[in-house]
Design a protein around this ligand. Structure first.
Ligand code: PNS
Length: 160
């Protein structure tokens, strides 16, 4: 049986924490689908296609990693692609309440679809897309926090 995991998120933009988690999740499943939620952010900085391109470049080509996007409920997407696992990152206690609520709601909607949490590298526990956006917006250095293509894209976006 092929075990498929979905790693969903906004990824606006993808950070080093996200890419680390994609690679780490390969230990849990035969195939990992990195899924950008189309309706999660009202006014995203990057389009879904831009975010998918950035993820592909940042993570690199891998036969067991697929990239996709979804609209509507995550559980419906997971079911449609035959996934049995949802992977989410847990950085700090502050993430817990929201993640727990979401995991419970998803289990209520589709029992049997398990959510597993992975922790990021120690030096990425404070990292988030919103923090990266904020630093880049005011011209700060985001190298080391994101892949160079993401840093470039941020520079170009905020140079306008
Ligand atoms: O990176 P994020 O913004 O923390 O990701 C949140 C995401 C996209 C995983 C979550 O908002 C989501 O799954 N949205 C789709 C709608 C849904 O199924 N919500 C959870 C059940 S109520």
């Amino acid at each position: 049986m092929t075990r498929i995991a979905v790693y969903p998120g906004s990824f606006d933009p993808p950070t080093r924490g996200h890419t680390d988690l994609v690679e780490r999740s390969l230990a849990l499943a035969d195939r990992v689908i990195v899924a950008v939620a189309r309706n999660a952010v009202k006014e995203p900085l990057f389009s879904v296609e831009e975010r998918l391109d950035m993820l592909r470049t940042a993570v690199g080509d891998h036969a067991r990693i697929l990239y996709d996007s979804f609209e509507g409920l995550l559980v419906d997407f997971a079911h449609a692609v035959g996934a049995t696992l949802i992977v989410r990152g847990l950085r700090a206690v502050s993430d817990f309440e929201y993640e727990f609520q979401m995991a419970m709601a998803n289990r209520h909607l589709r029992p049997g679809l398990e959510t597993v949490f992975l922790v990021p590298p120690e030096d990425a526990t404070y990292l988030s897309s919103s923090l990266v956006r904020e630093i880049a917006r005011y011209g700060g250095d985001v190298s080391g926090l994101v892949h160079p293509v993401v840093a470039d894209a941020l520079r170009r976006r905020f140079a306008r």
